[in-house]
Design a protein around this ligand. Structure first.
Ligand SMILES: Nc1ncnc2c1ncn2[C@@H]1O[C@H](COP(=O)(O)OP(=O)(O)OP(=O)(O)O)[C@@H](O)[C@H]1O
Length: 719
């Protein structure tokens, strides 16, 4: 407690000392100004530099390690008088009341303005690490924003062009109300035609200048957004395709597509649209404040009193809005998911007549999104009400004081009209600034999600380098323990060990759901086992080069996935150069050549979306040809018999037998397929229960014998 008290005393002492040092310098500077010791600007900036150094050194000496908020405040506060006076001189060619001979009111005004600016920065983009939660979030936003900005690098020339036109548009726009007021004054006093037409001419020129520049700015920036969005979409897509299968099982499809479509677009807006609006509004606000100051500085200060209230309302609104916005995004992703699922499985929905059930489910999800939308809109309505009321109050205030100032001869009617136009615009601008800041947080959040996926390192490494010239094709499963990432509680393989010899056929058999397909998935490296490893020619699978490995191992699954394109495209999928002879040879071995030949355009026939224009068996045979054309060392057939008739299957197996050096792993339920295998492995409960040839296992009279009898019963049972 005593320590805390001492720190507070320390801080108060530092502050008092800094104020004393600064006030002494402030008056010394005023004295030097009166006696014209130096040139005007040199004096201004030198005094700013002196005050900055003195106050910084004082605080550093007393506090030791001041926080960034204090440093920002000191910097803004020391430089503000010089910036203000230089601006007044350059823009209006006159000396401001806060020039070199400023009094204590100016000192207070600058101190207040700098403190306001530093606090605004701290609240919106904090540096200090107190109140870790929300501040850390805001710091993260800043990092994300800088990252988006960095990614915009190829579009910097466009951004620069956009900013130039933006500044021109704003400068031109700013002067229009000023000339409106002038016209009113000219009309109200002794009318002078030349002055009137000059004012009109300037108004017209500024209007045209503002419109042309605004158009150019919009066009250039939209172009930059579009090219950025394309770039980030490609980056995200590449990152997604590198992820392991477990990722796609745990993350919903709707969420992934939402990141690809919506969030990438929002990310693009972060810099271009938001910064564009922010810069435009900021420049305009600053310009307007200085023009308003020139019309009536007293009234300007009155108007600026509204700013903290607007900021507070906006801040409250933003906090609630962000939360609801996030919840709504997630709910929308879930709604899209359920729609996608139904469209994908429409056949099942129809055949089970679950249209009503699915519609209800979709409706429930929509209702959830809808209720979040209503909550979001209610928050918005309350916010708008608060905003309108403060705006209205301010207008009454201005009219009242404006009338007083006109009576006192401190303003003309034209000045008041210009002032009111500026004020209503200023109110809008301040709201836009705060709103756009909120919107920027939204888009930065979207950018965060996009970067989360872009940065995600696939949990299955693809860093292997091994590419041996000769590969024997010997596979060893060594003590595998495995559970799927989407269901880590359930162990699917337990201490699973098995050898697949080169040139031999190994058949995995066993009841459904006991882990056969899982063995295949692990061999393909779609998942990584939690314990144990799989060796290929005595080397772990992960040490092989990714491309090399996937060329050497080919899988034909129960339902091969075809892509829209020709039959040839599907067979040579992923291969860059593949001769027609090789394609045909593979198709022959897969018993597909004859039917492909009979298609209207042979190998150039389009297969339709997901191969929908072909039958299941034809799709299966193209899938087999696709595997064989790669001349792999290891071939895996995962229940291909489910969609092939006996004749086709025999032909396929004969075709495969003509490649004697390949290691063949078959999962099958058909006795004919299993019977001739060199090794039959019974998998039960994620373990190898029995292994041997058909003859050996039949003699053993164990699990295999039982399984075969069950199969035999099933095949012979009356329909
Ligand atoms: N992607 C997955 N995520 C979570 N669990 C899974 C996944 N795939 C399979 N499983 C579970 O793992 C277990 C083994 O499944 P696997 O597909 O390997 O069995 P199988 O012996 O090949 O069955 P079938 O003969 O019916 O194809 C099952 O209990 C299944 O529910």
């Amino acid at each position: 407690m005593a320590g805390k008290d001492r720190t507070t005393v320390h801080k108060v002492f530092a502050l008092t000392l800094a104020v004393c040092v600064d006030l002494s310098l402030f008056y010394a500077s005023g004295f030097a100004g009166i006696h014209s010791v130096l040139g005007h600007f040199a004096h201004l900036w030198l005094s700013a530099a002196l005050r900055w150094s003195a106050v910084t050194i004082t605080t550093l000496l007393v506090l030791g390690d001041p926080n960034p908020l204090l440093i920002r405040f000191i910097t803004a506060y020391s430089l503000l008088p010089a910036v203000y006076e230089t601006g007044t001189r350059v823009l209006y060619r006159e000396e401001s009341p806060c020039g070199p001979v400023a009094d204590i009111r100016c000192w207070l005004m600058f101190a207040g303005a700098s403190l306001g600016a530093a606090l605004f920065w701290e609240i919106t983009i904090p540096d200090s690490d107190e109140e870790a939660g929300s501040k850390a979030q805001k710091q993260k936003s800043r990092v994300l924003f800088m990252r988006v900005l960095h990614l915009y690098r190829p579009d910097y020339p466009k951004l620069f062009g956009g900013v130039v036109f933006l500044s021109l548009a704003v400068i031109c726009e700013m002067f229009i109300p000023f000339y409106t007021g002038r016209v009113i004054d000219i009309l109200g006093s002794d009318y002078q035609q030349t002055q009137f037409f000059t004012a009109l001419l300037f108004m017209g020129l500024y209007s045209v200048g503002s419109s042309v520049s605004a158009g150019c700015r919009g066009g250039i920036l939209l172009c930059a957004i579009s090219s950025f969005t394309c770039r980030i979409k490609v980056k995200l897509f590449e990152a997604l395709t590198k992820q392991e299968i477990g990722f796609f099982e745990t993350v919903k499809t709707g969420e992934i597509t939402s990141r690809l479509s919506k969030d990438t677009t929002l990310t693009g807006r972060t810099v271009c649209l938001n910064v564009n609006v922010m810069l435009r509004t900021f420049i305009k606000t600053m310009g307007m404040i200085s023009l308003m100051m020139s019309l009536s500085w007293k009234l300007t200060f009155l108007v600026l009193m509204e700013t903290p209230i607007t900021g507070l309302i906006q801040n409250l609104y933003d906090t609630h809005y962000q939360r609801l916005f996030q919840a709504m995004q997630d709910s929308m992703a879930r709604t899209n998911d359920s729609a996608n699922e139904v469209v994908f499985g429409i056949r099942v929905v129809r055949s089970f007549n679950t249209k009503k059930h699915e519609a209800d489910r979709y409706d429930k999800r929509l209702l959830e999104t809808h209720s979040l939308k209503i909550r979001r809109d209610t928050v918005r309505a309350i916010y708008l009400l608060g905003r309108r009321l403060t705006g209205l109050g301010m207008q009454v205030f201005i009219l009242y004081y404006g009338r007083l100032f006109i009576q006192m001869g401190q303003m003309t009617t034209g000045n008041l009209v210009s002032f009111i136009i500026y004020q209503s615009d200023l109110g809008n601008n301040i709201r836009t600034l705060t709103y756009i800041f909120g919107d920027m947080l939204n888009s930065v959040m979207a950018a965060g999600k996009v970067f989360e996926y872009i940065d995600r390192k696939p949990q299955i490494s693809t860093d292997g380098k091994l590419k041996p010239d000769q590969l024997e094709g010997r596979i060893n499963y060594c003590g595998l323990n495995f559970a799927y990432p989407s269901n880590p509680e359930k162990t699917v393989l337990q201490d699973f060990s098995l050898e697949l010899k080169p040139g031999q056929v190994t058949a995995l058999v066993g009841p459904s759901g006991e882990g056969k397909s899982t063995c295949v998935s692990l061999l393909q490296r779609l998942y990584e086992p939690q314990d144990g490893e799989i060796l290929l020619d005595e080397e772990p699978l992960k040490s092989y080069d990714h491309h090399f490995f996937h060329k050497k191992i080919a899988v034909v699954s129960q339902e091969p996935v075809l892509f829209s394109g020709s039959v040839r495209d599907n067979i040579t999928y992923g291969l860059t150069d593949c001769s027609q002879e090789k394609i045909e040879e593979a198709a022959r071995k897969a018993n597909a050549h004859v039917f492909i030949h009979q298609l209207e355009n042979g190998y150039d026939t389009e297969v339709g979306e997901s191969g929908g224009q072909l039958s299941k068996s034809e799709r299966q045979r193209i899938g087999i040809a696709r595997a064989l054309v790669r001349e792999p060392k290891i071939i895996i057939l995962d229940e291909i018999t489910s969609s092939l008739d006996v004749e086709s299957e025999n032909k396929v197996l004969q075709g495969l037998a003509s490649c004697p050096n390949q290691t063949l792993l078959v999962i099958a339920h058909r006795l004919k397929t299993i019977e001739n295998a060199d090794q039959i492995v019974v998998v039960r409960g994620g373990k190898v229960e029995e292994k041997g040839t058909h003859k050996e296992l039949m003699e053993l009279q164990g699990s295999y014998h039982k399984l075969i009898n069950e199969l035999f019963d099933e095949t012979n049972s009356p329909e």
